[in-house]
Design a protein around this ligand. Structure first.
Ligand code: ATP
Ligand code: MG
Length: 472
């Protein structure tokens, strides 16, 4: 049931005369038949005793979170956290408890946890201790706050985002009162740091039921809340995702779309592989639709969003910067949003031309290949996200992908892809700025099929060019 290291910890603490349990997420996951990400352990031994027991048993141990009474033990190179049973009292802070007290009863420790499905413990023999009905809720697929949900969310506003994240990860329904309580504690989000909110968003986005988690965020009002950020020594207010909430009920041209922009966005998120870049791009790809300056009526009087990819890329950059998303992810997502509307037919020449244009944004062929793979994933998910009759374009997209894979490694897109180097060029033409220019010319000539990318062919062409220049 437990890995040997976990079993050993429970046994060692029990033999020293203390209670010890696996608790929280690991119990939930074991009952669901999933492999737990980590094993958190709790005990009635005080932190000092947990350290002493480790020392007596020659186990490496150190204090982890002194304020919370957490000690880490290292077994077989693996770190396990052992927490003394505790209760928490909350105050001003929107996330961190004001006071932590160690307690003797496991039940008191379980009662401080966020949701019933996270508030179960399991002893060494595999017996589940479940005073709050977590197991039944788990069976019913129900996420329910422990105790009074309004109090729970008022104590720690991050729990509201965790609720959405657990919905996204497990496909839970949210119990009625728990859901209603989110609407009442939205003001507390103002005290959360943007990094904490963003971390939950990141986890939600790559989860199997991300669309359900996002819909819960929208329906409860969490998308339109504001959190805080410290920058340049000053506190700033940071909007969570109001631009995304705005997409609901934005109608699209029924000639091409079966869903409004929000419904479509959720489908695209659900359809795309769960990679952070792809999920963010899916969420933001149509972010400018319906916005002033983009939304207009075409000559048939139907809604149209000409230029939404360009405006959307700017909006995506602002959103991701404000949420402190790492720059490398932001750059790629912005690029994907910017380019998600223009694709060539799947024939060789237009594909090379298209790739040549895209290549300018990247340092080399591996980067370009990865970005184009992501762009075609986005297009495929976009087409499967409620477009009218997507079959023809989906087939085109597959053909385009095949052609990209073929030409990307056959044709050079950067000087490094040529069969000659800058040194070769300098030797024949002399050093100076003409080296870079000549390499670029060679890339263009090979792309156009005027030269083959073989060393002898390119050297001969260079010599011809040098002779021509000499004879001038
Ligand atoms: P994951 O599988 O994502 O790690 P988890 O349930 O293990 O999910 P953790 O953040 O690792 O979540 O926390 C471990 C346990 O601590 C939770 O199962 C829950 O019992 C408790 N917990 C964590 N965060 C909170 C919180 N903000 N409020 C109350 N209890 C919490
Ligand atoms: Mg965990």
């Amino acid at each position: 049931m437990f890995p040997p290291g976990v079993h050993k910890i429970l046994e060692t603490l029990n033999q020293a005369g203390y209670e010890a349990y696996v608790v929280g997420g690991a119990v939930r996951d074991i009952l669901l038949g999933r492999r737990p990400k980590e094993f958190d352990i709790c005990t009635d031994a005080c932190p000092r005793a947990v350290l002493d027991i480790a020392a007596k048993n020659n186990i490496k141990a150190f204090r982890k979170g002194a304020a919370f009474g957490v000690i880490s033990w290292i077994l077989e190179g693996q770190e396990y956290e052992i927490a003394t049973f505790r209760t928490e009292t909350y105050g001003e802070d929107a996330h961190r408890p004001e006071k932590v007290e160690f307690v003797w009863a496991l039940e008191d420790d379980l009662a401080r946890r966020d949701f019933t499905v996270n508030a179960m413990a399991m002893d060494r023999a595999g017996t589940v201790i479940d005073p709050l009905g977590g197991r039944e809720d788990l069976r019913r697929g129900l996420l329910r706050a422990v105790g009074d949900p309004e109090e729970r969310f008022a104590e720690d506003a991050l729990r509201m985002f965790r609720a959405c994240r657990f919905v996204a990860e497990y496909g839970f329904r949210v119990e009625r009162q728990t859901r209603d309580a989110i609407g009442k504690a939205l003001g507390r989000v103002a005290g959360l740091s943007v990094e904490r909110v963003r971390d939950e968003l990141d986890k939600l986005l790559v989860a199997p039921y991300a669309a359900d988690g996002l819909e819960l965020m929208r329906g409860t009002g969490l998308l339109t809340t504001e959190c805080r950020c410290r920058a340049d020594g000053r506190e700033q207010i940071v909007a969570v995702l109001p631009e995304v909430a705005r997409l609901v009920h934005i109608e699209q041209n029924p000639r091409y779309h079966t869903l409004d922009v929000w419904g479509h966005t959720l489908r695209v998120v659900a359809n795309i592989p769960p990679e952070p870049v792809l999920r963010w791009a899916a969420l933001l790809h149509d972010i400018a639709k319906g916005s002033p300056g983009v939304r207009c009526l075409n000559k048939h009087g139907e809604p149209s969003d000409y230029g939404h990819a360009r405006v959307g890329a700017d909006m995506a950059r602002k959103i991701l910067n404000r949420l402190r998303v790492p720059p490398a992810i932001t750059r790629r997502v912005v690029w994907l949003v910017r380019h998600h509307m223009n694709f060539p037919g799947p024939e060789r020449r237009p594909v090379i031309k298209w790739l040549r244009r895209l290549a300018a944004s990247f340092a080399g062929r591996a980067d370009l290949a990865e970005a184009v793979r992501q762009l075609l994933e986005l297009r495929s998910a976009d087409l499967r996200g409620g477009k009218v009759d997507p079959e023809y374009l989906l087939k085109e997209n597959d053909l385009l992908q095949g052609m990209v894979e073929k030409v990307l490694w056959q044709v050079p897109f950067y000087p490094e892809d040529l069969a000659v180097s800058g040194g070769d060029v300098a030797e024949i033409m002399g050093r100076g700025p003409q080296v870079k220019r000549t390499l670029d010319d060679l890339v263009a000539s090979v792309q156009a099929g005027r030269l083959e990318n073989h060393r002898e062919v390119l050297l001969a062409a260079l010599k011809r060019k040098a002779a021509r220049l000499c004879n001038r």
